[in-house]
Design a binder for this molecule. Structure first.
Ligand code: NCD
Ligand code: ZN
Ligand code: ZN
Length: 346
């Protein structure tokens, strides 16, 4: 009998679904595993106002497979123009959070915030409304080395925000460094973090040794092995309740990744839970996977725990070399390779 793990149905607290044909291509993968997902607003143009988010939610619901009860949870893209009134409007409309993209930090961040500390009234309104701020935590100054941008963000942006608005709920998204893990561990309980499967399973050698691997390129960029080890410790350790599943599954067509200036983003939605199972097994902590995947995030967001279950079995699966992505193709994480775990039923 292969080893079996039954978990409460998980949620993906950081997901890129895109729009149109791309949305139709990737949504079924997430809907099959996850009960809910927090949908990132970095479309072109970005999802800035409540009406944009509600229309986007309808397009997502229309693209769901027949009979699916998957629930998309919508976010708004914070800009220099976001006012406290927009925050109140968002709260009434059931928007779950605001997303901070420092301008220029990542994919579709051109409309992002130039100086978050100029938005203090808006942040106070979010704090009072209990709406979390989700952060892409990297500074963008050209003189800061790309491997140091997350650690610099803690000092230059995160600490000043927390000092000014101490009760604001903040999710430090897709953390990649020992510094970020330690910061979250030592912070109060209104500060949490998501961790992706690629940052738990890969280091920068997987990006750069033996040839450049564009499908392992994402932002924040993969870091050295000691940071990966720190992340594994964080998600399984004493303060593990502060960390939760957020895949940052970020599909880009094959040709936009395999070119002279390739896009940032790893697609992992096709086998998200199986990849996390590998990471937790590697850390000798499969018993901590349920809290990370299915409980910590819901608790942080004040959402009910999911009642359904999902079953993982220690059975090798081979990942297809590519998936359809509208008229293009999409190269998934582990393309053409094996994963040690499989999902049997959702
Ligand atoms: C994301 C994307 O492609 O939208 N890319 C990535 O490398 N993570 C944007 C993001 O989450 O920063
Ligand atoms: Zn990001
Ligand atoms: Zn993302």
């Amino acid at each position: 009998m292969p080893q079996t793990l039954v978990l409460p149905q998980p949620d993906d607290m950081h997901l890129h679904l895109r729009d149109g044909d791309a949305l139709k291509a990737v949504l079924p993968f997430t809907a099959k595993q996850m009960a809910r997902a927090i949908i990132m607003p970095n479309l072109k143009p970005p999802v800035v106002r409540v009406a944009d988010a509600l229309a986007y939610r309808q397009r997502i619901q229309a693209a769901l497979p027949e009979g699916s009860d998957f629930q998309p949870l919508m976010t708004l893209y914070l800009t220099d123009r976001t006012t406290p009134d927009w925050v109140h409007e968002a709260k009434s409309a059931g928007i779950i959070a605001f997303k901070l993209y420092p301008a220029g930090a990542t994919t579709n961040s051109d409309a992002g915030v130039t100086n978050i500390l100029l938005l203090l009234p808006t942040l106070h309104a979010m704090s009072e409304a209990g709406l979390p701020l989700l952060v892409h935590g990297e500074v963008t100054d050209s003189n800061i080395d790309i491997f140091d941008r997350e650690a610099a963000f803690i000092e230059r942006v995160l600490k000043p925000i927390i000092k000014q608005v101490p009760q604001l709920k903040i999710v430090f998204e897709h953390i990649t460094t020992a510094e970020a893990a330690k910061f979250v561990e030592n912070a109060s309980d209104n500060i949490a973090a998501t961790v992706t499967p690629q940052h738990l399973l890969l280091n920068r050698n997987d990006l750069l040794v033996g040839g450049i691997r564009p499908h392992h390129y994402c932002l924040p960029v993969l870091k050295r092995e000691s940071h990966r080890q720190a992340l594994l410790t964080a998600v399984t350790g004493k303060f593990a309740h502060k960390f939760f599943l957020g895949t940052d599954s970020a599909p880009h067509s094959q040709h936009t990744k395999e070119c002279a200036c390739g896009c940032a983003g790893v697609f992992s939605a096709h086998a998200a839970l199986e990849l996390y199972a590998e990471a937790f097994e590697q850390a000798g902590a499969l018993d901590k996977l349920a809290a990370f995947a299915s409980q910590n995030g819901a608790r942080f967001y004040g959402l009910p725990q999911n009642s359904g279950t999902i079953t993982l079995v220690k059975q090798t699966q081979t990942i297809p070399p590519c998936f359809n992505f509208g008229t293009e193709s999409l190269i998934p994480m582990r393309a053409g390779e094996e994963i040690a775990w499989s999902v049997v039923s959702a």
